[in-house]
Design a protein. Structure first.
Length: 137
């Protein structure tokens, strides 16, 4: 059993927003937070523009792949952050839920994805603060 806080990022395709958020949390927590991401209808691959945007930040998410959302992933997480999956996400009493309203990067160019990425980074820094985990420079 781990004392690490854990977070699950959920979006429909688990190809853009949730993967960028997971990448940031892994990177900025320095491994102090257990990170999961999943989608209600996972895509075949991660959005290449999301990968490019994260590489600009020095974070490589190329090895990640979209995963299907499971009840087990929700149960195992302290914080569940949804990004547009709405009612598809299972709800468990006692879990902390946040819904981050973020534009979907699907089909967007890098100029449109950068502001989404930057907003995600800001929210991740706030999440770390709320979990009592210092951000790694």
């Amino acid at each position: 059993m781990t004392d690490k806080p854990s977070a699950l990022f959920v979006c429909i395709h688990n190809a853009g927003r949730s993967q960028m958020a997971a990448g940031y949390l892994r990177h900025l927590s320095g491994g102090a937070v257990e990170v999961r991401s999943a989608g209600s209808m996972p895509a075949d691959q991660i959005n290449p523009v999301a990968v490019e945007a994260m590489l600009e930040e020095g974070i490589d998410i190329r090895q990640e792949s979209p995963k299907v959302l499971t009840d087990e992933a929700v149960e195992a997480s302290d914080v569940v952050i949804t990004m547009g999956c709405g009612d598809v996400c299972p709800f468990y009493p006692g879990k902390r839920y946040e819904d981050w309203k973020l534009d979907d990067p699907a089909g967007q160019g890098i100029e449109s994805v950068r502001p989404i990425r930057d907003e995600i980074k800001g929210r991740i820094l706030g999440l770390l603060e709320s979990l009592g985990v210092p951000a790694v420079a």
